[in-house]
Design a protein around this ligand. Structure first.
Ligand code: NAD
Ligand code: UGA
Length: 367
């Protein structure tokens, strides 16, 4: 059928020993960037996404359009659709799965807890059930989250630190994912690598994240809330630029060992790894806002308020020594440079003129 042809074409590598990667969440922020990077270096990529409306689906469609210009096909479907996943693995012998599909966002978990359970727990298990049964098994790299460190404030966070104080149901489902990965590795020999991303931002980003809606609200003259902790300290994040995260994802895929398979014919345990992928330099939210004010040439209407108990954690800070040692991960983009690229994209994407047109022009000339 035409569908099968598209699936095969998209996932066929164009380089010698190239990968065939199933990217779940390919219409999402990180998934779309990773899909393009893999395709550009000659790997085969097939996307899977359910195009849900957690945030404006038109942005997901626009990312899909961009990917289709690079011959990347996205199958529209849900992680919980077992027969669909089985069919994809029947058609394509995927060497790797980059599993990024999830219900993201920490505050929304108070409004729709079930969506986190469905995608992040049931959906992940469904994917692992399918992957364990195919031969040969693909190596799986999946998105965990810095949120597993919960209320920790001892800095910086290393992979061995405690993760038993999740502050949101989102964090709890990401922590559960790490435990689930352990069992599938232990019983079925699946090769699994978890990546704890730290507040990732950049062009084509997520409208539910603070840097994105702060930009929108500042431009529209609307007030923004800046959280401070209960003891009136600045809330800070280890904001990480998308290109750095993409390099980390590719590094993790490149160093993922093949699964041993159920029964463990190969000697030694299959791989189970977890890495921090952060920027190693936490920035207070107030500083994020002043950088945006400068780039947008507009003063924000700031409301500084005490952090509500809404799932947010006070502080994140990654130690990335392990990812550096194992696949040379080294973040290179500071927040000001990364936000400049985000604002350039934002202004172009939403076609903003008026007093920001000078900035637009400058950006256009430099690109
Ligand atoms: P995103 O929401 O832009 O991308 C996720 C994509 O998955 C979306 O396009 C969505 O439609 C799709 N999806 C969700 N549930 C699905 C399901 N059940 N079946 C099929 N598709 C489904 O988010 P993102 O920022 O690109 O995040 C990617 C991954 O990284 C997620 O697992 C997220 O939890 C994790 N993460 C992100 C950040 C960040 O700061 N962006 C930080 C830590 C972890
Ligand atoms: C982000 C993503 O949304 C999660 O999906 C992801 O798992 C998480 O990163 C992670 O690193 O694991 P978060 O850091 O909370 O979560 O990102 P934002 O929601 O963009 O918030 C950024 C900062 O702005 C936080 O410190 C938050 O407390 C603060 N904030 C948010 C405000 O000060 N005001 C607001 O109105 C909203």
């Amino acid at each position: 059928a035409a569908w099968e042809k598209q699936v095969r074409h998209s996932s066929t590598p164009r380089r010698v020993n190239g990968f065939s990667v199933l990217v779940t969440g390919a219409a999402g922020f990180i998934g779309s960037h990773c899909s393009l990077a893999l395709k550009k270096r000659g790997d085969g990529v097939l996307g899977l996404d359910n195009f849900n409306d957690y945030y404006d689906p038109s942005l997901k469609r626009a990312r899909q359009n961009l990917l289709s210009k690079h011959q990347i096909f996205i199958v529209e479907g849900d992680l919980n659709d077992g027969p669909l996943l089985t069919k994809l693995f029947d058609v394509v012998p995927f060497t790797h799965v980059l599993h990024l599909a999830a219900q993201a966002g920490v505050r929304y978990a108070m409004q729709n807890p079930q969506s986190y359970v469905k995608s992040n727990i049931a959906g992940f298990v469904n994917l692992l059930e399918v992957a364990k049964a195919v031969n040969p098994q693909p190596a799986i790299v999946w998105a965990s989250s810095s949120s597993v460190y919960g209320l920790n404030t001892e800095n910086p966070f290393s992979e061995r630190d405690r993760t038993d104080r999740p502050a949101s149901l989102y964090a709890a489902t990401k922590k559960a994912g790490e435990e689930i990965a352990h069992t599938y590795n232990h019983i079925y020999g699946l090769s699994l690598t978890g990546l704890r991303f730290f507040t990732v931002y950049g062009p084509w980003g997520r409208p539910d994240m603070a840097y994105f809606f702060f930009t929108k609200d500042i431009l529209q003259g609307k007030p923004i809330d800046i959280y401070r902790t209960q003891d009136q300290k600045a809330v800070a994040r280890d904001f990480t630029y998308i290109d750095d995260v993409v390099k980390g994802c590719l590094g993790a895929l490149d160093t993922a060992e093949k699964s041993t398979g159920s029964g463990g014919k190969k000697k030694g345990p299959a791989q189970l790894r977890v890495y921090n992928l952060g920027n190693t330099s936490p920035v207070p939210v107030g500083r994020l806002v002043s950088i945006l004010e400068g780039l947008l040439n507009t003063k924000a209407k700031k409301h500084v308020i005490t952090l509500p108990r809404n799932g947010d954690v006070p502080y994140t800070h990654a130690n990335v020594t392990l990812a550096y040692k194992d696949f040379g991960y080294k973040p290179t983009t500071d927040l000001a440079s990364g936000l400049r690229k985000f604002v350039k994209w934002y202004v172009n994407y939403f076609g903003i003129e008026s007093k920001h047109s000078k900035e637009t022009q400058h950006f256009d000339e430099s690109s």
